[in-house]
Design a protein. Structure first.
Length: 218
């Protein structure tokens, strides 16, 4: 049995859960999955048993607990250096960390108006001026990273890594809300959608039966 346990929420809705899960699965790192459906009676008490913040995701590695998506990814990069989850080149690694942190801390309008809902299709919805500005910035990040660091692979820094996991939920959001993509952005999104690990997550999300009304706004 793997010493790693990742606690996650509903796969249809929990973008933060997806990020470290995708890193683990795509890298082939063995782990146990603990799924706790969110916003149900008893959910808060169950989450409190696993996560000091009461939120998902949370990683348990023996006696070590980590309870933030980006912190979990950083911990995995340290724990499994052979996986190359950050770029080896210092300049590329600095940019990868920066765009990952920008995703982690920013894009509030996108989160509010284009919540992750894998099963749904809401073309044309959510396009406030602030959300459109977030989309423009994200597309600029993808295009710049692919042009400067994407040689040798289909992802932001060539091979799949943490930065790609941070933006994978955005790819799913763009699919849900029908955001038009062209050129390098379209090719990058297609590469993310083709990942075996992401396809497995999407299949699980589509099979879930829970419905969280706050994320079914349209």
């Amino acid at each position: 049995m793997s010493p790693l346990t990742l606690v996650i929420g509903n796969k249809n809705y929990s973008s933060w859960s997806l990020r470290p899960w995708l890193v683990l699965r795509q890298a082939g790192i063995p782990f146990e999955e603990m799924r706790i459906p969110l916003y149900r009676p008893g959910s808060e008490a169950e989450l409190a048993r696993w996560s000091p913040s009461g939120k998902v995701p949370a990683l348990h590695d023996g006696n070590i607990r980590v309870w933030d998506s980006l912190a979990i990814c950083e911990t995995l990069a340290e724990r499994f250096p052979e996986q190359g989850l950050w770029p080896a080149d210092a300049a590329a690694r600095a940019v990868a960390r920066s765009v990952s942190a920008e995703m982690h801390a920013g894009f509030g309008a996108l989160r509010e108006h284009m919540t992750m809902n894998i099963r749904a299709r809401y073309p044309g919805k959510g396009r406030t001026p602030e959300c459109l500005a977030d989309i423009e910035r994200i597309l600029a990040i993808w295009t710049d990273c692919r042009a400067r660091f994407g040689q040798g692979g289909d992802f932001l820094f060539g091979r799949f890594g943490i930065a790609d996991a941070m933006y994978a939920p955005v790819v799913l959001r763009f699919q849900t809300y029908g955001v038009a993509l062209e050129g390098a952005a379209r090719a990058y999104a297609d590469a993310i959608l083709a990942l075996p690990a992401l396809r497995a997550w999407v299949a699980d999300a589509e099979a879930e039966t829970e419905r969280i009304e706050r994320f079914e706004a349209w």
